[in-house]
Write a protein that binds this ligand. Sequence first.
Ligand code: PLP
Length: 373
Amino acid sequence: MSLIYLDNAATTKISQRALKAYVDASEEYYLNPSASYKAARRAKERLEEERDYIKRALNADDKSTIVFTSGATESIQSFLLPLSKEKPGEIIATRIEHAATKEMLFSLEAFGWKIKYLKTKNGSVDISSLDELIGKDTRLVLSIHTSNANGNIQDIKRLTEKVRNYEKSQKHRILIFSDMVQSLEKIDIDLKNIDIDGASFSSHKINGPKGVGALYIKRPESFIPFSRGGGQESGLRGGTENLPGVLSFTEAIREHEENKSERREMAELISKTLREGLVELRAKLLTGERSSPYITSFSYKYPSEVTMRMLYDKGFIISAGSACSNNKKGSSEETYRALGYSSEDAKRAIRLSISDDTTLEEAKAFLKALGEI
Ligand code: PLP
């Protein structure tokens, strides 16, 4: 029996173009991009061309930079860990972050930082709750952009404007960070329009290779690197550059960019079909209006594991939450509760996440199978 894969927020299959880019680059650019001999210069140039390409795709400021990393987990940790060396202050965060961020916040707490949490409302972060939390000790405000649990998109622009307005009354700058892993190539990102200091991205969520990511840094001159080594990435991240991985990642971005409108239209159609079909089957949608068409969450009549197992037997791979948190029992349930859903809904939550490989027929087949259990 062939399986229909509806857990693309966990990871996607590498595209043929991205795979070819990886293989080609491994053969053509095997020299170390940081080597000083002339033959390695082209590898270095390619790396810089691709850095500029990502910056253009994100409409990032000319003075900002992209640091290539081993994935979003490293990007998040690279941005947050340097705080452990500073005099502790307060961080305002959300309770719906990915485990990579949550764990980093716990580490910073151990270094004396105080973490305050924004409230949630209707499955999203309640941005207005910032007003009662922000104060003279606030050093960092962070919020995930698209939730990996229910696909809802947080209003980062409004959050940023509020922080920047408050900041005017203060002498110090407040850093703003957003995890944009589930937003890249799925919804529009315009970094010139949102005044954040850092953001994380991952290649394997958009049909690129695993083990490659990016960290956006708005002001590289004031960034204190945590990963040091041979001075690679302009001294912002040590370690031999993964040029094949980077070229494969950017090829995946190009592929998405090239037929953006058709892809998005199809994702919208599949998402609408799924959401309407789920309501007809009396499932309760846990995803709101302002959401990514690539993720739909709902609660159904059985506990998540039971629904997952019954549907697996019918040929569907679905998830109860984020794949990374499946290693930690209960934590996806915790995220749904943090999003404001009841314990009952959190225990029964199912996440469907599509990719551009998903077809309308597969979505309809899923609804039919769900109706039969
Ligand atoms: N942030 C979000 C929202 C994610 O969904 C993931 C992946 O599960 C990550 C961060 C971590 O990404 P990576 O696997 O590239 O470290």
